[in-house]
Design a protein around this ligand. Structure first.
Ligand code: ZN
Length: 141
């Protein structure tokens, strides 16, 4: 088995490979997780990436495309139609290109830190989530 480092999982996921073996495909049909992995049989569907991939994709696109629109005056001096004609397709193309890669990277990091327990925060085991008995009520309180 591969060493479960965050960088290893992140890089394997980013290039669309299973974080566990680095050989099998991680996603098919754009964003569907392949599980179990065809190469090693690892259950990659156990990592709930949820809203993290779109969040990080928006964060990256915002810094790469939107920030220059706000910072550089030479861009402000151009006609708005021209800027929109360039910026909108660029944002759309980069978003569609990055989203599956970022999803793979998120799943790779989750694989490395073993975050596969649904809603449980990191470092909390299922036993910690077990319902505790209610304290006995004191009728004189
Ligand atoms: Zn695999």
């Amino acid at each position: 088995m591969a060493k479960a480092s965050v960088l290893n999982g992140l890089m394997r996921g980013f290039i669309g490979r299973c974080p566990n073996c680095g050989k099998g495909r991680l996603l098919h049909r754009y964003l569907k997780v392949v599980s179990p992995c065809a190469a090693c049989g690892h259950d990659n569907a156990q990592y709930p990436s949820d809203d993290a991939p779109p969040y990080f994709t928006i964060l990256i696109i915002g810094h790469v495309v939107i920030a220059p629109l706000v910072v550089f005056p030479i861009i402000w001096e151009q006609p708005v139609g021209l800027i929109l004609a360039i910026a909108m397709p660029t944002v759309m193309a980069l978003t569609l290109l990055l989203l599956p890669r970022v999803k793979g990277a998120v799943i790779g990091v989750q694989w490395a830190i073993r975050q596969n327990d649904g809603d449980a925060p990191l470092g909390v085991t299922e036993a910690d989530w077990a319902p505790q008995p209610l304290p006995a009520s004191d009728p004189q309180a």
